[in-house]
Design a protein around this ligand. Structure first.
Ligand SMILES: *Cc1c(COP(=O)(O)O)cnc(C)c1O
Length: 387
């Protein structure tokens, strides 16, 4: 290494080190824990139906590995698209009541790739302020005029829509990932039609959980492809596997196959994951007790938290955040909960707005009512710190 590169490297690393130090000082430093301890009760997973360790899903995965091996070996458009991917896409299309569905390797990629494939410079994209980072990144990287409206604020959105010309795309989470509340989808559907705008809904936290057969918020509200033309769902949450899909018209899906760069330029999901997902889709549809149990746990948690005066946020979903505000305090309570045997993550800026750090408690159909009671008792004990 010569002197010049050595100096450059020192300069770069001192900048990086000072950035890391700033994060620590603000209580925003993120670190990973290794989770293999079976003695804690997990209240921070998105495995809402308890399918990530389901025996039937595991068996389907193992059997498929024996047939297909591990890796898909290539992108879908080269030679990575197997029959099992294809059948899963057909099943997801049927499940969502859409003409077609297209698998993506992750939800992040589905969102970024879809928004980018649909928009170009001069177009307009409107996003809820609390949308998931992948939707925001998709909007920003598309080159379209990017506008964010205050959370679920239809009046502000209407104003923005009325002043824009050219192609318009409204993008929203269905269930908001850090707040647990739902988007005003019926109203958004009406607004999009009145303003000749396309509507894209991210159902990452709705699929499997909401609707009679787990078809998400769109099933609960009975919204068709005509109402919500671009639908995105993930498979790593309630489905318990991995990956994501976009569902919609034949034209939408063909457009994505031609133009979505995060679809074209990446390795296809392992086929065994697709096979496991087929098994979990069947369970999502038919084992309705999982949604019923989950609903009962949500009610138990909300009722108990209200009685104990815990700082609940307005959510009816399995995402039940407790608003703490201060980042240090949120981290401290999360640590205390861990010491009491509960895994609850502290969510801090920039994932949530400044001074809105929270404990994000998530419920799963596999929790026992007793787990929730004990969590509530512990929160009650830590109550002083919660306010
Ligand atoms: C988790 C999540 C994603 C990303 O999905 P991955 O498959 O984990 O990449 C996208 N949107 C929302 C709302 C999410 O919660």
């Amino acid at each position: 290494m010569n002197l010049l590169t050595k100096t450059c490297e020192t300069m770069i690393s001192s900048k990086l080190i000072s950035h890391l130090e700033t994060l620590k000082a603000q209580g925003l430093y993120r670190s990973r824990r290794i989770f293999d301890d079976k003695t804690v009760v997990n209240f921070c997973s998105n495995d809402y139906l308890g399918l990530a360790k389901n025996e039937t899903v595991i068996a389907a995965f193992k059997k498929a590995v024996d047939i297909y091996g591990i890796g898909s070996g290539s992108a879908h458009l080269i030679c990575g698209h197997s029959n099992t991917h294809h059948v899963l896409e057909e099943e997801l299309a049927e499940f969502t009541g859409r003409e077609r569905a297209l698998l993506f390797s992750t939800g992040y990629m589905a969102n970024v790739g879809t928004i980018n494939a649909l928009l170009e410079r001069g177009d307009n994209v409107f996003e809820d302020k609390l949308n998931h980072a992948s939707l925001i990144d998709g909007g920003l990287s598309s080159g379209a005029n990017f506008k964010r409206y205050p959370h679920a604020d239809l009046k502000q959105l209407e104003k923005l829509l009325s002043t824009a010309s050219g192609q318009k795309l409204i993008v929203t989470d269905g269930v908001f990932s850090m707040d647990g509340d739902v988007a005003p989808l019926r109203e958004l559907t009406a607004l999009s039609k009145q303003n000749a705008a396309l509507l894209m809904v991210d159902e990452a936290h709705g699929f499997g959980v909401l609707g009679k057969t787990g078809g998400g918020l769109i099933e609960q509200l009975n919204l068709t492809q005509n109402d919500v033309p671009i639908l995105m769902g993930t498979l790593g949450k309630a489905f318990g596997t991995f990956g994501a899909f976009v569902a919609g018209s034949e034209t939408l899906i063909e457009t994505l196959i031609q133009s979505a760069r995060t679809y074209i330029y990446t390795t296809a999901l392992p086929p065994a994951i697709a096979e496991a997902t087929r098994a979990s889709l069947k369970i999502v549809i038919h084992e309705t007790w999982r949604r019923e149990k989950l609903q009962a746990l949500i009610t138990q948690f909300k009722t108990g938290a209200e009685q104990l005066n815990l700082p609940l946020m307005p959510s009816d979903s399995p995402i039940q955040p407790l608003l703490i505000g201060d980042s240090f305090r949120a981290t401290q309570i999360s640590q205390q909960l861990l010491e009491s045997g509960f895994l609850v993550s502290a969510i801090r800026p920039p994932t949530v707005p400044k001074n809105k750090a929270r404990l994000r408690i998530t419920l799963s159909a596999l929790h026992e009512f007793d787990d929730v009671s004990r969590l509530l008792e512990t929160l009650h004990r830590l109550q002083k710190n919660l306010k």
